[in-house]
Design a protein around this ligand. Sequence first.
Ligand code: GLN
Length: 258
Amino acid sequence: AAETVGTAGTAGESRPIDVMSLYPKDMNIYGDSGNVLTVRRRLALYGYEPVMHYYNQGDEWPEHVDLILGGGGQDTGQKKIIDDFFMRADLIRSLAADGVPMLMICGMYQLFGEYFETVDGTRLDGIGVIGAYTVGQDVRMIGNLVEHSDEFGDVIGYENHSGQTFLREGVSPLGRVDHDGTGNNGEDHTEGARVNNVIGTYMHGSLLPKNPKIADFLIRTACERRYGSFEPWVDEAAQAELDRLERFADEARKVAAA
Ligand code: GLN
């Protein structure tokens, strides 16, 4: 069901942006729902009207989607959603090819790849939006993660996964892990992936409150696709809140990078 929240600081014209949270029941751990809250809040602060769609297995796919957010999950959660996910695979692939911005964390990142072979030997096929494959191992990769991305600067988060992900040749990572954390596989220093406007990453955390540049990339791209340009309408109160959120993120980054 769609749910609309108010728009800050503007009167008159309404500029809806349809945001989908993909499988929030089963694929949503370690604070990933914070990404959904962040996109919703920032859209409103920029003077857009976030229309939220929480899509779970068996739900109807909404008529319009501008931005999709997916979270992490246990192997069992991934097994639960996989059949429904495959029914939506063509649709999601074509949205990704069309440039719809998407953020897929951990478990959903793995399923956006080619396959995930879990530690118990079960093979889950992915939808192949991202040229990458994942193999589960016994030792989990757990801890804080700091990476550097040319586009977003220093990105911080938290990882907890058994799957080691390997990018196919030519696929860009989201960033490079030099010090803290394991990243895609603990071997090649890559973390995450970037294909069109789709970002896959192991960063839980929540990611977007700590890294507002990535939130704004997703928002800007969604607005440009829908309205031809991104034109924030930000009043004084909204700007004060955006500044405050920026300070929180800076503090979190300093603590993580220390
Ligand atoms: N179940 C997957 C793994 O362990 C993903 C975990 C997650 O989303 N945090 O690799």
